[in-house]
Design a protein around this ligand. Sequence first.
Ligand SMILES: Cc1ncc(C[n+]2csc(CCO)c2C)c(N)n1
Length: 230
Amino acid sequence: MSFSKRLHEKLQPIWRKNHSHPFVRGIGDGSLDQKKFRFYMVQDYLYLIEYAKLFALGAVKASDVETMARFASLLDGTLNEEMSLHRQYAARFGISETELEQAAPSPTTLAYTHYMLHIAQNGTLPELLSALLPCSWSYWEIGKELSRKPGAIDHPLYGEWIKMYSSREFGQLAQWCIELLDQHTAGKTEEELARLEEIFLNTTRFEYMFWDMAYNESMWPFDENENAAI
Ligand SMILES: Cc1ncc(C[n+]2csc(CCO)c2C)c(N)n1
């Protein structure tokens, strides 16, 4: 069995939880409070700034020019396509690009991005791929599922989001990362695979936490101005 198939089967229970999270369901049926979506967009923009660096580090760690070029194109796609959608949504909410970039990251955004960057900077290429894959793979699965809901892609606010993440180009990107991970894990020992599985599991958990953070609009659980002693 390929490593990606093993991961997919093992982590289905958590992935299903993502699909049934009220934030994801709310995008699909249009019932999501726009204020929560606005909060998500800002945090996701901060997330993507850091996430894009994983692709840059992927190019650094690649051992052939073709793989380097794919990482370079993923970096370009994130900065200029995916983040462009976020900038357009932000504009609709009256948030400028500077405000987006200077927003304060939530504890979950900080923890998730720092964990991924730690793996990407200190780990091997398969470790980097295990950290970044749950992100593109789970969004593609969510995008595809939501796009099948009648009327979902025509929603005036959430339709564009669903269209982007269910698109063929987006699927091809996730597929490329999956194939690269499978190539790099063929013949690895069980011990090495278990380490990669742990990284994949951690970023899968963070994906769920990100939906939950957005739904609850969670920032730090105390008010710094109220209690100066903290
Ligand atoms: C928390 C969070 N997780 C995953 C994605 C989706 N995503 C981020 S980068 C990328 C690859 C190509 O740009 C994909 C699919 C997101 N936006 N936010």
